[in-house]
Design a protein around this ligand. Structure first.
Ligand SMILES: Cc1ncc(COP(=O)(O)O)c(C=O)c1O
Length: 370
């Protein structure tokens, strides 16, 4: 009798993460040269110029292993955030820190809590660890329902993931809501605030979660990334901020050289590129307003966003609109995987790109009604 490898059922059952369609793939498939990608919440300005120059300099040393401690980046970021370096850990994207948290704290039979319609890496990671993922319904205005999450905690709950602002809705939980939540959540549950989009927030009541860490909360970890506002998604670097105990613990889970030397150089330099960061935020804040105005004129429902994307209800098969846009060389993100089949998530692009996506949507709807 032949026996195959010992595949684990809980891993075989995973529904793989579907990334946004790459530009080159669309160019190959449709023979279109000018493709616009507003599908993966990347920075439409490209990478920070300072980061690119730093990577060029760092290229000469790629025969050497990177510094496992990320020393220069660690020192620079600690200064930027005005915290002790002992509170920081870096990862190959903040995705890796999500994974470290899962591998560090989950065993088979444990539970992870989060919201419905949130970042799809959380359930995947949970399943990889053999734990059970439970999603709590959102509020009516499609925000994380923190009181409902509190009520769903059981003795098996080990981690709660809170994407704030949330992907794909762009909505957020407020400082008052988080304060109330942290006052009630048991201290033996790890609370992971995933703030990948924090650099685009302009709401005054957005929570200051780093203060929870520096004030001594031992069960809180805050995740951030260089992928979005710093334009470094392709080089893969993100970080976590937590108590010294939690950081020491997570270091034991990571690989010794988990952050490559180009990423370290790029991120260190990008922190100095304040003009680039300012331009990026300005572009996103203005872009969001542009979309609000145009979508309202078109009678399309959208969710007000604190992130660099906007979720729009097409009130028809979203997949069909997605395919139409693809044929015109525009990649956005269909939302079937989030059980939002009528919605599309559109990354805020440069002004001309935003104008183009609105123009194409208008063309689609006018053809449909013709
Ligand atoms: C909510 C959320 N968390 C984390 C990430 C991962 O970011 P990174 O590129 O740092 O791995 C993303 C990326 O889209 C995200 O949307």
């Amino acid at each position: 009798m032949t026996q195959g490898p010992p595949f684990k059922k809980h891993i075989q059952d995973i529904r793989p993460y579907e990334p946004g369609k790459p530009i080159k793939e669309l160019q190959r498939e449709y023979g279109i040269r000018n493709v616009i990608k507003l599908a993966s919440n990347e920075n439409p300005l490209g990478p920070s110029g300072k980061a690119v120059r730093a990577m060029r300099r760092a290229l000469r040393d790629v025969n050497l292993y990177p510094e496992g401690s990320c020393y220069y980046l660690l020192t620079r970021l600690a200064q930027e955030l005005a915290i002790d370096p002992g509170h920081l850990i870096f990862g190959n994207g903040s995705d890796e820190i999500i994974e470290l948290v899962g591998r560090g704290f989950l065993s088979e039979g444990d539970e992870v809590l989060s919201s419905e319609k949130t970042f799809l890496v959380y359930p995947i990671l949970t399943q990889v660890c053999g734990a059970r993922y439970r999603e709590v319904p959102m509020t009516k205005d499609r925000r994380y329902d923190l009181p409902a999450i509190l009520a769903a905690i059981t003795p098996r709950t080990k981690i709660i993931f809170i994407a704030n602002p949330n992907n794909p809705t762009g909505t957020y939980v407020t400082a008052a809501e988080v304060e109330d939540f942290l006052a009630k959540v048991p201290e033996n549950v790890v609370v992971c605030f995933d703030e990948a989009y924090v650099d685009f927030v302009d709401a005054n009541d957005f929570p200051k979660t780093l203060a929870a860490v520096t004030d001594g909360r031992k069960n809180v970890i805050v995740l951030r990334t260089f992928s979005k506002a710093y334009g470094l998604a392709g080089i893969r670097i993100g970080y976590g901020v937590a108590s010294r105990e939690m950081i020491t613990y997570l270091h034991k889970v990571r690989q010794p050289f988990n952050v490559n030397s180009l990423a370290q150089a790029a991120a260190t330099a990008a922190l100095d590129d304040t003009f680039f960061r300012w331009r990026t935020k300005w572009l996103v804040v203005r872009g969001r307003k542009f979309f609000y105005r145009k979508l309202a004129q078109m009678g399309l429902e959208y969710l007000p966003s604190q992130a660099n994307f906007i979720l729009v209800n097409m009130k028809t098969d979203g997949q069909e609109v997605y395919q139409y846009l693809l044929r015109q060389g525009m990649i956005v993100r269909p939302m079937g995987a989030y059980d939002l089949p009528e919605w599309l998530r559109i990354t805020i692009g440069r002004r001309s790109q935003n104008v183009q996506v609105i123009r194409l949507l208008k063309a689609y709807f006018s053809k449909k009604t013709a």
